[in-house]
Design a protein around this ligand. Sequence first.
Ligand SMILES: *[C@@H]1O[C@H](CO)[C@@H](O)[C@H](O)[C@H]1NC(C)=O
Ligand SMILES: *[C@@H]1O[C@H](CO)[C@@H](O)[C@H](O)[C@H]1NC(C)=O
Ligand SMILES: *[C@@H]1O[C@H](CO)[C@@H](O)[C@H](O)[C@H]1NC(C)=O
Ligand SMILES: *[C@@H]1O[C@H](CO)[C@@H](O)[C@H](O)[C@H]1NC(C)=O
Ligand SMILES: CC(=O)N[C@H]1CO[C@H](CO)[C@@H](O)[C@@H]1O
Ligand SMILES: [Ca+2]
Ligand SMILES: [Ca+2]
Length: 414
Amino acid sequence: MKLLFTLGLLTFAGIPVNCLEWWQSMSLYQIYPRSFKDSDGDGVGDLKGIEEKLPHLVNLGVDAFWISPTYPSPMIDFGYDISDFKGVDPMFGTMEDFENLIKTAQKLSLKVIMDYVPNHTSDQHEWFQKSLKNIAPYNDFYVWHPGKKLSNGTMAKPNNWLSVFGGPAWTWRDERQAYYLHQFDSAQPDLNFHNEKLVQEMKDVLVFWLDKGVNGFRVDAIPHLFENTSYLDEPLSGNTNDSDNYAYFDHIYTTNQHENYEMVQQWRDVIDAYDAANGVTSVMMTEAYASPELIMKYYDYGSHFPFNFFLIENLGKDSNASEYKNIIDTWMNNMPAGCTANWVAGNHDRRRLVSRFDENIAQAISVMLLLLPGVSVTYNGEEIGMEDTWISYEETHIYNTLYTGTFVYDNSII
Ligand SMILES: *[C@@H]1O[C@H](CO)[C@@H](O)[C@H](O)[C@H]1NC(C)=O
Ligand SMILES: *[C@@H]1O[C@H](CO)[C@@H](O)[C@H](O)[C@H]1NC(C)=O
Ligand SMILES: *[C@@H]1O[C@H](CO)[C@@H](O)[C@H](O)[C@H]1NC(C)=O
Ligand SMILES: *[C@@H]1O[C@H](CO)[C@@H](O)[C@H](O)[C@H]1NC(C)=O
Ligand SMILES: CC(=O)N[C@H]1CO[C@H](CO)[C@@H](O)[C@@H]1O
Ligand SMILES: [Ca+2]
Ligand SMILES: [Ca+2]
């Protein structure tokens, strides 16, 4: 099955497209580097492979591509556990390969967007290793807590907070005689955004990549950035009886804190200052699974646009036309006036469109994304109608004990 990707928007809300900034009507393509194109036959996709396939993106009419993390990483969470924000993992190539990719993209008029993962680092990051040894200023770069003294004298976890991946969000380290917080895997310690030095380091990361020539960022997992430092227990949600399941509690102290929005605004200020000084236009897109009201707030706090996951979350195999319309209207009617909409139907966290929907519906959805106003986001492989494949645990190279086998949605053999 081959989808036609030649449709272009001529006008948007009555404004000719050539009066919009480049990102406002872009067709954005997400590349999952590990499985996109392997250039050297070692079985893992890489930066040179992406560079080789850029003409494919040009043929599709893509304007910009977003690359999932290629930073050095122990790959506990598919590269979302980063051990150096300013590097390239040897699995994907070298910094020179990255620079060549940017150069080739620029020649082809393609914009490059980096994944920015600010909530946590890998536990192998130098900062965490120094934090473990209590070396200033890194000792305060993470969220450490001595724990709670029980009435019988034993020390326990500070509170009932759970990890998104299940189980406690706190892990004890003898070195510090304290617990550290991890909203995702225990190998992904949360950074402490109440520390000004850390905040500055994370802003420097943005400038580092802008200097390399990237055109913007897609910011990961923003709802989890700040935690309330009263460290109170979270209330029961009533949604499940499984006390290890993240859904067991209502995450009033660990998600969607107001400070998250202020930090996004600060990053936008960094980007705007860079743009003004260098005569470029960069974009910042934010990832948040939250209520429409909380998501729209990101438009007011510096995000060029928050990703629209309404289609991912609400479309079903049997959805009828009025349900499609309702989902689209929910975004358009809640979006602040003058802002840019965007449409996402798949990503690396979801099964492929063809596997979730009937093949014809999958095609229709892909085309619909391109016709809706604003930005369309296509996950690599959806444009050629790729399907999921079952692979066993033995065949995977997943070091995370949570997995017992998995559907692969990123096996793009382009
Ligand atoms: C103290 O109380 C906690 C919670 O009830 C229990 O898990 C722990 O085993 C107790 N410790 C001792 C030394 O009795
Ligand atoms: C943290 O939670 C406490 C208790 O609910 C609340 O009073 C306080 O305002 C919260 N702090 C912030 C910064 O939101
Ligand atoms: C939780 O358990 C109670 C008692 O067995 C049951 O009534 C309730 O439906 C369960 N809730 C969920 C969400 O499964
Ligand atoms: C579409 O589906 C919704 C939800 O199942 C239903 O309430 C509605 O009546 C359907 N509309 C049409 C036109 O079939
Ligand atoms: C869609 C997406 O990028 N999801 C990522 C959100 O952040 C967590 C933690 O970094 C990752 O595990 C997800 O893959
Ligand atoms: Ca390779
Ligand atoms: Ca956090």
